[in-house]
Write a protein that binds this ligand. Structure first.
Ligand SMILES: C[S@@+](CC[C@H](N)C(=O)[O-])C[C@H]1O[C@@H](n2cnc3c(N)ncnc32)[C@H](O)[C@@H]1O
Length: 339
């Protein structure tokens, strides 16, 4: 019998559960994921510097942004086209300039910034770019590399004997129907959604959580939402806040319901604008009580119990802008602001 990740008789590498997927080495996995997040961050920085980051812009999609930036400067198109369709070699000079952007950026003339934006948006848009990113994320979840994060969620549920009889779960940012949340047999059904499903993995609905229709009755709400490494993927603090606010629309109110969140550890322990206490208190204002927390080497896991009656409109206003909580040269700026 073939084991996961072993070579088949034809020499092709077999991925989880027999699917044929390209294997990516752990170092490359990390590089791809890091670069993707780096490009997302630089895109936001450029949009801000080019004054496209007002609240109305948040509603705009990439096509609209492209039209607006092109009107500002045709350099955007030059940046977009510079690499043509050659996906192998990156433009190292531009990549270097992008790294130094925070130091040099504001002095650059706007058309140069538009050029960089064109380059970045093409890189991000490229289907094979996102495909590779998702594949890298999926490889990161491989059992040989520690497994997917729902493993710890299910351990907590079993250890604490949470009653989830006849229950349903929603997995946001799902990359595989074989994650432990789906295979553990605890849930009657697991709805899996992701913005992209380029690998056409069966059983994952291609859907933006922010566009998912809001259920009107508890029968259509979920007992548990799992949101692993998704909030950090959402580009701006206010969009992250909107996502946090929206979770409760999908959680049952007639019996205990749960929210499981996983974040890269530096979002919580090395940000100027976020700490463990701040995150916990922000969620408390939204009606969530933290019942479990675990820090691993690189990520941290939260399990919250939701209670609609604990929502406090007054206190959640405290989180509508970012507060500098700490400072230091090597800290990041991860933050969440509630709309
Ligand atoms: C880093 S991957 C994490 C995947 C997996 N959950 C894990 O823990 O490794 C982030 C995923 O979140 C998805 N995502 C981001 N925003 C989303 C949204 N608004 N709705 C649905 N999926 C979203 C992305 O498409 C991406 O596949």
């Amino acid at each position: 019998m073939l084991k996961r990740g072993k070579k088949s008789i034809t020499g092709k590498t077999i991925g989880p559960h027999g699917s044929q997927i390209k294997r990516i080495k752990p170092q490359s996995t990390r590089k791809i994921i890091r670069r993707y997040h780096f490009l997302l961050q630089r895109k936001q920085l450029l949009l801000r510097w080019l004054n496209f980051q007002d609240t109305s812009t948040l509603e705009r999609d990439d096509n609209e942004i492209m039209e607006l930036v092109t009107l500002k400067s045709p350099e955007f198109i030059k940046g977009w086209k510079i690499r043509g369709d050659s996906l192998k070699s990156r433009d190292l000079k531009i990549e270097e300039q992008l790294v130094k952007l925070p130091q040099s950026g504001k002095q650059n003339d706007p058309s140069q910034l538009c050029f960089y934006l064109g380059y970045i948006m093409k890189e991000l848009k490229d289907e094979s770019g996102i495909n590779l990113y998702q594949e890298a994320s999926r490889m990161g979840q491989d059992a040989n590399r520690g497994g997917d994060s729902s493993k710890i969620l299910i351990r907590w549920i079993k250890e604490n004997e949470y009653d989830l009889t006849d229950s349903t779960a929603l997995e946001i940012g799902s990359l595989s129907r074989y994650n432990v949340i789906s295979t553990c047999g605890i849930f009657n059904s697991v709805t899996r959604i992701d913005l992209n499903n380029y690998n056409d993995e069966d059983g994952i609905i291609q859907q933006d959580f922010m566009e998912r229709p809001i259920p009107k009755t508890d029968n259509n709400r979920f007992d548990l939402i799992s949101c692993s490494l998704v909030l950090n993927f959402v580009p701006t603090p206010i969009e992250r806040g909107s996502m946090c606010l929206r979770f409760s629309e999908f959680l049952r109110r007639d019996r205990p319901s749960y929210l499981f969140i996983v974040l890269p550890l530096p979002c919580i322990n090395n940000s100027r604008y976020m700490t463990l206490d701040y995150f916990t208190e922000m969620f408390a204002s939204l009606g969530y009580k933290r019942i479990k927390y675990h820090e691993a080497k690189k990520v941290c896991y939260f399990l919250f119990l939701f209670n609609e009656d604990d929502k406090s409109n007054e206190s959640f206003k405290n989180y509508s802008r970012k507060h500098k909580l700490k400072d230091g040269p090597s800290m990041n700026n991860f933050s969440i602001t509630l709309p």
